[in-house]
Design a protein around this ligand. Structure first.
Ligand code: NAD
Length: 539
């Protein structure tokens, strides 16, 4: 499909986005509606264009916010938060569940917009819809359970009634990147909102329109006004005031920027959660199902054109399978269809931002110059669109090449031959990153034994990244320099709360009572503790 077929968006009579085959921009009415969701201290900000990766055309413009806009957003959020927090968790959850239903109803317009703004293939945009719905459903129905008041034991049974409460932190600041404009634009906000917080979201400039669309939908689902604020504009300018004013920071992006964010949050003694980069390995063990593993490698390495934090960049294949694996992988990659089509035909879309294309080209050039062997790919494809790059597979990548240890964040994967599980594990762990890994084996026991030795926050067995990501009740995140904190599950919502313990002392004080001399108390209490040590219910 050629570029002039790129689908644009306009509003139908109900104000919903609809595809328009002749355009690749948002209609003024739709842009206006989305831009109403942006917090501005002064409405006359200059604007910046958002480009369509498929064509390089302008989709629309967004205001270039300044620190005063962040302050204004925090002020509004802070005002709205107590009312929202006062609602029962189940009432807040009901908004998320309505959002879930609306998102599934309106998925086609979301798919068009995600593709338009990120340049990803529709099949990869679909993953964003499904995952966002899963998170909305999970916290929509389960938040009340995660947040419920818990009874805790006091020092002495019956004397102290102890309760652990979960209080929202207040205003959560979220900074998200461009690679998952819907998932990263909204799912962390869903968890923070479910916990009773207000949120100030600063999405990446290349992703703001999709994030605004989702925010608009959340308001349509019943979110009270001002509880979720959006500021648009450059990260280095808006990040610092957001970290300065918010009560907790959720950051997703590179390890380099994550360190800057962590330093500033630590200075303020505020909590933060960081989801950072990866150099994710896939281990194909001697007893793996070869065809399934090749399929997993293709999906894992080229999802979102490799611009996915959990995508696979290193393939360690056991010697016994290596030659057949390499041959099948190359065959499969050659069959992949690159296209800017707004349908499910394309196997892979475009890169999203020009600087990512520069990084990919520089890693590939460097590897070729230093003697790596290019099995397939290795070229840009301007004939398809300005940021298209072929899915690329290398062997012979060595430590002096950039691609060996640095995150490429593109459709490039290095294939390595290994002689044993031990070698595969050691090489998989030989990185400063620890985000995601994938292990392939016909024996679950074998795979899990290996998986437990890999230093990553998630390990997918007989899957490349999706099994852990979509198990929304289980935490995901990075070990080592891939992050700090987790999203999803209990950790993914409790991090947006402060625990508060309230203990009520009844009857006797936790001190020698007036009728017992201190000396007697001092000999009684150790005996009592010794006794309690043997009663399981009191430990
Ligand atoms: P980046 O760190 O350059 O930027 C991330 C975001 O931070 C951008 O929106 C940017 O504008 C903003 N930013 C820049 N300077 C800032 C500052 N001083 N304070 C606050 N915000 C600032 O990363 P990127 O290249 O845009 O994104 C790709 C990276 O994100 C990759 O490393 C990828 O692995 C990582 N990522 C991680 C996850 C995860 O869940 N672990 C998910 C997606 C992407």
């Amino acid at each position: 499909m050629t570029n002039e077929h790129a689908i644009g968006m306009r509003a139908d009579e109900r104000g919903h986005l609809t595809s328009d085959i002749s355009r690749n921009y948002l209609s003024p009415a739709v842009l206006e509606r989305l831009r109403r969701r942006i917090a501005l201290a002064d409405p006359h900000r200059k604007t910046a264009p958002v480009l369509a990766p498929f064509t390089g055309g302008v989709i629309g413009t967004i205001p270039v916010g300044v620190p005063a806009d962040v302050d204004e957003a925090i002020r509004r959020a802070r005002q709205a938060q107590p009312g929202w927090a006062a609602r029962r968790p189940s009432s807040r959850g009901a908004v998320l569940v309505r959002f879930h239903d609306l998102l599934l109803d309106r998925r086609e317009e979301a798919l068009d917009l995600i593709q338009l703004e990120s340049g990803k293939a529709r099949r990869h945009a679909l993953e964003e819809i499904l995952d966002t719905a899963l998170v909305a459903r999970h916290y929509g129905f389960r938040a009340a359970k995660y947040l419920r008041v818990r009874r805790r034991a006091g020092a002495l049974p019956g004397l102290t009634m102890t309760r652990e409460y979960r209080q929202p932190v207040g205003v959560v600041g979220i900074i998200s990147p461009w690679n998952f404009p819907l998932i990263l634009g909204i799912t962390d906000a869903l968890a923070a909102l479910a916990a009773g917080n207000a949120v100030v979201l600063r999405p990446d400039e290349q992703g703001s329109l999709t994030a605004l669309w989702a925010v608009d939908l959340l308001y349509e689902a019943g979110l009270p006004s001002d509880v979720l604020q959006v500021v648009t504009g450059p990260g280095p300018e808006l990040g610092p005031p957001l970290i300065e004013g918010a009560d907790f920071i959720m950051f997703t992006g590179s390890t380099r920027t994550g360190r800057i964010v962590a330093r500033q949050a630590a200075e303020r003694l505020r909590g933060y959660s960081l989801e950072l980069g990866g150099k994710n390995p896939m281990l194909v063990l001697e007893d793996a199902d070869l065809e399934a593993a090749v399929d997993g490698a293709v999906r894992g390495a080229f999802v979102g054109a490799g611009q996915v934090c959990v995508s696979i960049e290193r393939l360690y294949v056991h010697d016994a399978l290596f030659d057949r694996f390499a041959k099948r992988l190359v065959e499969r990659v050659r069959e992949m269809k690159l296209s800017p089509a707004f349908d499910y035909d394309a196997d892979m879309g475009s890169l999203t931002v020009p600087r990512q294309l520069d990084t990919v080209e520089s890693h590939v050039r460097d590897a070729v110059e230093k003697g790596a062997h290019l099995l397939v790919g290795g070229r840009r494809r301007p004939d398809i669109g300005p940021l298209f790059y072929e899915p690329t597979v290398f062997t012979g990548v060595t430590p002096e090449m950039k691609m060996f240890a640095e995150e490429t964040f593109g459709p490039v994967v290095a294939l390595y031959r290994v002689a044993s599980d031990e070698e595969a594990i050691a090489r998989a762990n030989d990185t400063r990153y620890g985000l995601n890994a994938s292990v392939w084996s016909r024996s679950v026991r074998h795979a899990v034994r290996v998986a437990k030795q890999i230093q990553t926050g998630t390990v997918n067995v007989n899957e490349s990244y999706g099994a852990t990501w979509t198990a929304t009740s289980a935490p995901i995140g990075g070990m080592k320099e891939s992050g700090s904190g987790r999203r999803h599950g209990a950790e993914g919502i409790l991090k947006y709360t402060e625990s508060q313990t309230i203990a009520i002392q009844r009857g006797l004080p936790l001190a020698p009572p007036p009728f017992i001399p201190v000396r007697v108390y001092a000999s009684l209490m150790p005996r009592l503790l010794r006794l309690m040590r043997h009663i399981p219910g009191l430990r």
